[in-house]
Write a protein that binds this ligand. Structure first.
Ligand code: HH2
Length: 276
């Protein structure tokens, strides 16, 4: 069985997806893990902390970021994926919008394609996802990373994000993707104001009702600073944990985070409290 789907079959608590950005410019860990040795060390650390899935990315999609060429992205992520796979059977996800990067990453041992463009970035994305036959995260974003935070507007944010995801699910199924390979994500911070992000998190049960696992990536994001005096990225752990716990309570099956040990412990304790 695909290790990603195997991890997802885990019944007791949501899965912790740990982020490793092999980029010079990611908003929270940019530059830290661009060297493969540093990324491998971080992977070992997160595995020791009990991470369920590692998400490896070679292109920052933070607001205002510039796109990178596929060759650059490949040169950043492939050595890391191969090095982790050489020593661990951990579920690995590739965070990319590019089908050629997803294809090479899966050949190097990735078990999931995390696509913030929901397979819209390239014309061959859908067909590539079908062929790779691995779980795919379909995430909603309004606009592209460069401009998405300039003035995001919705009449009904939850309705519009749901509609988009249902549409993408339909197109993916029509193209031949298995329903069992689809994971959905409302895309916290991707073309959304503070109010939009809060509404989506409160309305998460409506995403759960789509019948597919829901992933939430809110860790260290800007909306936390917007609620707390503009605090810097390193000071957003409290808000990140609060959001992960809330998302879990609302039915999220995967939380994508930078602080794995803290999030995992918080989720374990919350599960015990809710079970008691
Ligand atoms: N957020 C980021 C990147 N990838 N993937 C999914 N499915 N959901 C998310 O919310 C999500 C994501 C942005 O965070 P990060 O990777 O930490 O930063 P950057 O894009 O600057 O690399």
């Amino acid at each position: 069985m695909n290790p990603f789907l195997e991890a997802l079959a885990h019944p007791s608590r949501p899965l912790v997806m740990g982020v490793i950005n092999a980029t010079p410019d990611s908003f929270s860990d940019g530059g830290q893990f661009i060297r493969p040795e540093a990324a491998l060390e971080q992977a070992r650390r997160l595995i020791a902390q009990g991470v369920d899935i590692l998400d490896i990315g070679g292109e920052s999609t933070r607001p205002g970021s510039d796109p990178v060429e596929a060759e650059v992205e490949l040169a950043r992520v492939l050595p890391i994926l191969k090095a982790i796979r050489r020593e661990s059977g951990i579920a690995l996800s590739i965070d990319t919008r590019k089908p050629e990067v997803a294809r090479a990453a899966v050949a190097a041992g990735a078990n999931c394609w995390n696509d913030v463009s929901a397979l819209t970035f390239a014309p061959e994305s859908l067909a590539t996802a079908v062929e790779l036959n691995v779980p795919v995260v379909l995430m909603h974003a309004q606009g592209d990373p460069k401009t998405m935070q300039q003035d995001p507007q919705y009449r009904d944010v939850t309705g519009e994000v749901l509609n988009f995801l249902v549409g993408r699910m339909g197109q993916a199924i029509q193209a031949g993707l298995k329903l069992s390979n689809i994971i959905v994500d409302p895309g916290i911070g991707f073309g959304k104001t503070l109010a939009h992000n809060l509404t989506l998190l409160r309305d998460l049960p409506r995403f759960v009702a789509l019948g597919r696992p829901v992933l939430v990536g809110a860790s260290r994001k800007r909306f936390i600073a917007a609620l707390d005096q503009g605090v810097g990225v390193e000071e957003r752990l409290g808000g990140s944990l609060a959001t992960a716990l809330f998302a879990a309570k609302q039915g999220a099956k995967i939380v994508r985070v930078h602080d794995v040990a803290e999030t995992r412990q918080a989720l374990i304790v919350q599960s015990a409290l809710l079970d008691a």
